[in-house]
Design a protein around this ligand. Structure first.
Ligand code: GCB
Length: 867
């Protein structure tokens, strides 16, 4: 009989030697520090794991990132005191192919960058000596390893823990796809009772021997509430499967996002003398999850709307080699937003995060990275199957995991394929379906109590092939109001789908527009990357989903901005659809979600995070949104009450009469208030009073806040007397009917949005500034130098080419500033350039762009009054 001990939660990579009266053997230790890394096996540098070699080059220019080989090596000392032990090495993730050598001998090879693998190394070790571990890592494109293609960067390297595991000859098996060697199943779970069954694999590395297995269930307070003993006879050099079934627990505390009550299971293997050989633990959470095509998602028999986020694992400046503590903060942020679900997209993330979801109460969709297309090869099928085995077995025991997935937008490439014949396309559909069927069967077999899932993009092919009816829950990734149609079309589409396929359970598995916190506007438009458009889309989508009981829920794309090397949004190489920025600073929309999802504490947020200083003209009002989980709020500006307002859908929208200078906004409820100060520069017509510096974002309908210069460039306008504006020309890019596509990945600048929108064919631009001495900066870019193709901008045809050249002279008040400006000639790469001049004027500034060839272009003007 074991002593009655209260067990505290131990870390995952736990050292198992607890103070016990018996000798304890099994030990797992991370060996992350002091590796040597090289690209060429000649020049070596010392690095620590997590490590990637793409943290910088995936963000520097348009030339791609290094996809190829990386070499790692490390020495470990092994003592002869451990001669009788069995040794394993475990790699928790190496992207994407790894070959490992121990003391010069090839020990194993693994394909796939997001699941763990391990292997036994005992016979390769030298005792009382240093042993050399060498790892050859390859992240080059490989037709046989998913993902073949996706909208995220495939950073190469050893980016999760490496563990050295030492176990006695009898231990919980390490051979089953690097799992923990046991699988927890639940039976008869209800409000009244709950049963637990455990399948345990035990390895014996010796001749036949007796052993003892002890299993106990502890409640959250550490009280042992169930225990089972089992005597074992382990066969010679075999893996034994032992099944243990606990009698039901009466009146169990159920696990849910609101009350994530966890029990603990502990497994102890001892030899016949009672000496502990190995010990493992797992969280237990009593819950059951179902989906209903009419009524949505149910947890523990009660309906809950799943509302949450997708998460990618990378982080600004780290690539995918992100310290685990930093990653855990993501999960806390997601919980604090009020989300009840995370889709770990598009691959399994660190196991520690799933454990945190158990603890915090977040439901989980986890999946393997079969994205955009498949390869018709035996190896691709094999690798995919192995990956799903690893995935399910390694992530099986987390109570938070309710959904296992295996494919994302698997017909994306096919849908945009203009080269293949119809016959080839049909063949690819058949192949894809065959793999999907295999993976669905495998998933249901390995995880019979979980919900199987898959996500598709807006295309009839998922219906027509029947693939959408394979999983128990089908997720649509829908970008109405972004890549497709309008925001309001979401609900219509879902209603049609529901009508056509009434037996299919649906989730909105992705949605969201790109948003840059430096961009804001009163007139948000599709593809302008403004935080206002982001607010508009999310707020409308939320309404459209919550109005439809048949929808199980929605997961926003994406929790955070993430690296996608080929992309050019308002920040190059970054997909900016995050609710928080790449460094996890929340965007305003994060707080809006909190206001509708989290009612635990009164909450108010003034959505002006992006307004570092705005410029307003004359009597102009500025609209702001206030987010709150309260029903009513009082608003005052500069000490004067603007009245009481009803909060609807978490929002109060107010047109603010800001004064020139500092403004103080105060929002209050009965017993709670929030304040904020905002700097406003109010300019009067004709005399441009209060004007020191003034920037215009030419060709744009949005404001752009330039952090480095601490100035907001205002939107452009047609010339108005006494003011400023263009006399001719038209906006190029997003605001034009014929969408040429915005120039992106502009080099030599951090002011992308300023350059991206521009005026084309403008020959005259006027500013009616008063007499004075002015420093004038003009911003130019040649938009038609071919950018890196944005493969996700699928619905937009771009006409950018290398051919166009435009030549024009630049004058200010008839003074020649630049002769024959030819951007394509002078800057064959897409550079953002500026021209600067100091001009004395009696009255007004007139900019002239005299065309010599083609249409002139200009992106911005910044004027500074010198005296
Ligand atoms: C999708 C993909 C996701 C992309 C996203 C986007 O549908 O599933 O991987 O990142 O669209 O931003 O285009």
């Amino acid at each position: 009989m074991m002593p009655h001990i209260k067990y505290k939660t131990l870390p995952l990579s736990l050292i198992l030697c607890v103070a016990f009266p018996f000798l304890c053997f099994s030990l797992s230790k991370t060996i992350n520090s002091g590796w040597q890394y090289s690209e060429d096996k000649i020049h070596w540098q010392t690095v620590n794991i997590p490590h990637t070699w793409n943290d910088k080059d995936a963000f520097d220019d348009d030339s791609g990132y290094r996809r190829g080989l990386g070499y790692y090596k490390k020495q470990i000392y092994v003592s002869s005191q451990d001669k009788d032990q069995i040794f394993y090495l475990k790699f928790n993730a190496v992207n994407q192919k790894a070959t490992v050598f121990i003391n010069g001998k090839r020990a194993t090879n693994h394909k796939g960058g997001y699941t763990a693998f391990n292997f036994e190394i005992t016979s390769l070790l030298n005792f009382d000596a240093y042993n050399l571990i060498e790892v050859e890592v390859d992240n080059s494109h490989n037709d046989n390893i998913p993902p073949l293609d996706a909208d995220f960067t495939f950073y190469g390297g050893i980016y999760r823990d490496v563990e050295l595991i030492k176990v006695p000859k009898q231990h919980f098996s390490l051979k089953d796809f690097a799992s923990d060697g046991f699988y927890v199943n639940y039976y008869n779970v209800s409000n009244d009772k709950a049963g637990v069954k455990v399948d345990i694999l035990i390895d014996n590395f010796e001749t036949k021997t007796d052993a003892h297995l002890y299993l106990e269930i502890l409640d959250a307070e550490g009280n042992r509430i169930r225990e089972e003993h089992q005597g074992l006879t382990l066969k010679s050099y075999k893996t034994e499967t032992v099944k243990v079934m606990f009698p039901e627990i009466k009146n169990p505390k159920l696990w849910s996002p609101d009350n994530p009550y966890l029990y603990k299971l502990q497994l102890t293997l001892s030899d016949k003398n009672g000496t502990i050989l190995d010990r493992k633990q797992s969280d237990l959470g009593f819950r059951w999850a179902t989906v209903d095509p009419e009524k949505g998602f149910f947890l523990n028999g009660k309906p809950i709307k799943l509302i949450g986020v997708n998460r990618h694992q990378d982080y600004k400046d780290y690539g995918n080699a992100v310290p685990i503590e930093l990653q855990k903060q993501d999960i806390h942020l997601i919980k604090n937003m009020g989300a009840n679900v995370i889709r770990f997209a598009h691959y399994p993330h660190s196991r520690e995060l799933y454990k945190l979801c158990d603890e915090l109460g977040i439901l989980v969709w986890t999946e393997i990275p079969i994205v955009n297309k498949v390869t018709d090869s035996e190896t691709f099928f094999e690798v995919s199957n192995t990956m799903q085995n690893e995935h399910i077995k390694q992530y099986y025991n987390y109570p938070s995991v309710v959904m296992f997935g295996y494919m994302n937008e698997i017909f994306l490439r096919l849908a945009f394929d203009k080269k293949s014949s119809d016959k080839e396309k049909e063949a690819l559909k058949t192949t894809t379906l065959k793999l999907a069927n295999q993976l669905e069967d495998l998933t249901q077999k390995l995880a019979p109590n979980h919900i199987t899932v898959m996500a598709g993009h807006l295309n009839e092919v998922y219906n027509e092939t029947g693939i959408a009816d394979l999983p128990m829950l089908f997720g649509w990734n829908l970008y109405f109001g972004w890549y497709d149609a309008q925001i309001e079309d979401l609900g219509k589409f879902l209603d049609q789908q529901h009508q056509r396929f009434p037996k299919r359970s649906l989730l909105l598995s992705e949605y969201g527009p790109g948003a840059d916190v430096r961009i804001f506007t009163k007139t948000p438009k599709k593809f302008d990357f403004s935080t206002n458009y982001q607010a508009k889309l999310h707020q409308s989508y939320y309404k459209q989903i919550t109005e439809r009981p048949f929808m199980t829920g929605m997961t926003a794309w994406n929790f955070a901005d993430f690296g996608s090397e080929f992309r050019g949004d308002a920040i190059p190489h970054v997909n900016q659809k995050g609710l928080v920025q790449y460094d996890r600073t929340p965007k305003d929309i994060y707080y809006w979600y909190k206001s509708v999802l989290d009612d635990k504490k009164p909450f108010i947020h003034i959505a002006t995070d992006y307004l570092e200083g705005i410029t307003l003209f004359e009597e102009e009002l500025f609209p702001i949104q206030i987010y709150s989980n309260q029903n009513d709020v009082n608003v005052s500006l500069n000490g004067k009450s603007l009245g009481g307002f009803k909060v609807k859908n978490g929002i109060v929208s107010i047109d603010m009469p800001f004064k020139n200078g500092n403004n103080s906004i105060r929002i209050s409820t009965e017993n709670f208030s929030e304040e904020k100060t905002m700097q406003v520069n109010r300019i009067e017509a004709f005399d441009f009073k209060n004007f020191k510096r003034f920037g215009i974002n030419l060709g744009a309908h949005f404001n752009f806040y330039d952090e480095a210069q601490n100035i907001t460039f205002v939107p452009d306008q047609e010339y108005k007397k006494g003011w400023f504006g263009y006399k001719d020309g038209s906006a190029y890019g997003m605001t034009k009917d014929k969408n040429q596509g915005l120039p992106h990945n502009i080099k030599n600048t951090d002011e992308e949005p300023l350059f991206q929108a521009l005026l084309e064919g403008c020959t005259k631009y006027q500013l009616d500034v008063p007499e004075g001495n002015y420093n004038i900066k003009l911003y130019f870019v040649e938009p038609q130098i071919k950018p890196t193709e944005n493969i996700y901008n699928l619905s937009e045809e771009t006409s950018e080419s290398n051919k166009t050249q435009r030549i024009f002279d630049v004058y200010i008040n008839d003074i020649l500033i630049e002769k024959q400006l030819n951007l394509a000639q002078a800057y064959p790469e897409k550079y953002g350039i500026t021209l600067q001049a100091t001009i004395q004027t009696k009255k007004g500034l007139t900019l002239k762009l005299n065309a010599i060839e083609g249409l002139p272009v200009i992106s911005g003007i910044l004027i500074e009054k010198l005296d």
